[in-house]
Design a protein around this ligand. Sequence first.
Ligand code: ATP
Ligand code: MG
Length: 219
Amino acid sequence: MKIGIFGGSFNPLHYGHLRAAEEVEQKFMLDKIIFIPANAVSNKNEILLAPEKRLEMINIAIKNNKKFESSDIEIKRGGFSYSYDTAIQLQKIYPGGELYFIVGTDAFCDIKNWKKGDEIFDIINFIVVSRNDARAGADIKNLIKFAGFLPDKFKEAIGMDYSQNKIITLKNKFIYFLKITRLDISSTSLRNNFKNNISNLFLLPNEVINYIINNKLYK
Ligand code: ATP
Ligand code: MG
């Protein structure tokens, strides 16, 4: 089974996330994609909305999509959420499953600040999707330069198929870089809009907008 793992704060989930998941699912013929909201993140200063509410918004948004699921494993673990721990846990849950972490270019280029950021490529495949920044136009070769420490790490990588925007590491894991439809949406801008009573229509699903308004979130 091929499973996409999409982690993030999802504060709130928006069409940028959903469209990225859709394009990855199609391109890599995944059996499913699991959205996993972080319980708490160490790399953001702001306090996140309660994780149960962020999970609820994901569930509202994906309820009619057969291939999209959510998971509360990071919430249940508590504390700061680290992708490395999630990868290890998921490998136990899905023995024999082919797991792909989905991350945007911004998250990928920050990977040197992740827990075990260098080891994580030995244990799990990555699909990096383009986002609305300078790196989005890069190819995989330039992208790994943007990420800083990675060129060293992959000097000995066995397969550097730049034309395919793909790297195969010594541990036979993959990193793919996929250019996707550019949707210049961020949760930060959505939160600001909600706070200032500016419309967010067509930036995230209507039912999620209603949930946010009814529960007076982001005020
Ligand atoms: P915030 O502004 O609070 O950081 P965000 O919009 O960046 O929110 P996150 O929850 O931080 O959303 O992102 C989760 C993952 O989704 C990250 O890997 C991020 O790169 C990716 N992502 C977020 N928005 C987009 C988008 N519009 N297009 C492609 N990828 C995205
Ligand atoms: Mg972000």
